[in-house]
Design a protein around this ligand. Sequence first.
Ligand SMILES: Cc1cc2nc3c(=O)[nH]c(=O)nc-3n(C[C@H](O)[C@H](O)[C@H](O)COP(=O)(O)OP(=O)(O)OC[C@H]3O[C@@H](n4cnc5c(N)ncnc54)[C@H](O)[C@@H]3O)c2cc1C
Ligand code: SF4
Length: 435
Amino acid sequence: MTALGDSIHKSLTELEVKLEANRCLYCYDAPCMNACPTHIDVASFISKIAQGNIKGSARDILSANPMGASCARVCPTDELCEGACVYRKDDSPIRIGDLQRFAVDWAMRSGDRLFEPGAPTGKHVAVVGGGPAGLSTARDLRLKGHAVTIFDAHDELGGLNTYGIVPFRLSTEVALWEAQQVVELGAEVRAGVRVGEDVPFESLLDGFDAVVIACGMGSVPRLGIDGEDLDGVWDALDFIERVKTGTFAGELGDRVAVIGAGNTAIDALTCAKRLGAERVTAYYRRGESQMSAYGFEYEFAKQENIEFRFFCMPLRILARDGRAGAIEFARTELRQGALRRVEGREFVEPVTAVIRAIGQSRLEATLNAFGVETESGVVRVDDDLATTRRGVFAAGDCIYAKGTREAMVVEAAEQGKLAARSVDAYVNAERRNDG
Ligand SMILES: Cc1cc2nc3c(=O)[nH]c(=O)nc-3n(C[C@H](O)[C@H](O)[C@H](O)COP(=O)(O)OP(=O)(O)OC[C@H]3O[C@@H](n4cnc5c(N)ncnc54)[C@H](O)[C@@H]3O)c2cc1C
Ligand code: SF4
C-alpha cells in the first residue's frame, strides 16, 4: 500500500535537469508561456537553469507566479504549458513543471530572500481570505509598498493549498512556505478571524483604503437524500482537511463509496485508498466521457486501484448498526443529452463509509452580506476585478464561473496579481483626488 504522505512527484536527477534544460529551444514568442495563465517566461527560467543560475530562475518563476511552488506540483501542466510545448507533437514536451519544481525547491532550501517590499505608500488594504488568490494579491501589494492585512477564517494561511489538496500532491510544508514568503514581506495576518462573523465587513470599508474579497468557495453541496446525516458520511473537503491536519479520527472501513467524479472526488478516492480502505469506488450518475476530472487524474486514480461505476445515482443511504451501511442506487442513462433514471433497475451496494464529492457550494449568503452583487453565487466583477461596491475587488474561486474562468491555483494566482494592480490604480487615483 502507498503511504499517505508519499509524494506523487519524483524529483529530476541533476543529469535529467541538465538534459531537459538543454533540450529546450527557448522559442521566440514561446507557446508554453502564452499557455500559462501567469505567463511565466518559461524559456528564460529554463535557460537560467541551463546556465546554473538557479536563483535567477526561481526569481523569474516567483515574480510571475507568487504560487510558483504549489503550481509546480498541482498545475495540470498537460493542459497548460506542457500541452503547448513545441515538442508536444513528438509526445515529448519539456518537463516544465519538474524544472519549475527544481528551481523553486532550491529557493525553499536556500532560504535566500528573493523580493523586497516597496517603499511605504501610506495606503492600507484588507484581503479577505489567505488562499492562493489572497496571498498573490497581498504579495504584489507589498511589492508596491501598500500595507496589507490578511483576514483568514483558518488558523493557517494557504486556503485549499494548506487544507484541501491531498498531501501526496501538495504537502502542508510547501503551502506554508509559500504563505510565509508573503508574511516576510510584511503582510499582517489575522488568522482564525471570519469576516462577516468575527469582524463586520463594513468595518473593513471604514478602516482600509480598499478591500479584496478572496474567500474561495464553500463546502460540498448535500446530496439531498435520506441517510445523509448518518455517521460514516463525509463531506470530501472536511474529510481531506482532517486527513491533512492529522485530525481524522473516523472509521472508513474497507468499502468506501465516493459520490462524484470530478477532481475533488479523485482526491477523496485516492486519499481513502492510501488510508488503507480495501475497496474504494467512485459512483457517478453520468458516463466516463462526461467526467469533469482531468484525464491524468483519472489515470492516476485507476493506477491506485480505484473502481469507477458510471450511470448510477444514489437514492438513499441505508443504516447498519447506526451508521452508513449501504447505498441504494438507481441506474441512469443519457438520452439525447438528457439524464434520465431507468425505472426498475435499482440496486444496493454495501458500504462502510460514504464521501460526498460533487463539487463546492457558493458562499452566496456571505457575499450578499458583504453587499456585493452576485450572479448564481459568483461575485460580479468587471475586467479589472472591481465588484459593484466602490473600493471592493474580488479574485480567485469566488469569481469562478464555468466557461469564463477555471478553479485552479494558477488562475487564482493570476487574478490576485490583477486585483493588486487594480487596487494600486484605485488607491493612487484616490490619493490624487484627495490631493
Ligand atoms: C479537493 C481539491 C483539490 C484541488 N486540486 C487542485 C489541483 O490539483 N490543481 C489546481 O490548480 N487546483 C486545484 N484545486 C482548486 C484550487 O485549490 C483552488 O482553485 C484555489 O485554492 C482557489 O484559491 P482561492 O484563494 O480563491 O480560494 P481558497 O483556496 O478556497 O482560499 C480561500 C480562503 O478564504 C478563507 N475564508 C473564507 N471565508 C472567509 C471569511 N468570511 N473570512 C475570512 N476568511 C475566509 C478560507 O479560510 C480560505 O483560506 C483543488 C480544489 C479542491 C477543492
Ligand atoms: S515551447 Fe517547449 S521548447 Fe519552446 S520554450 Fe517552451 S518549453 Fe522550451
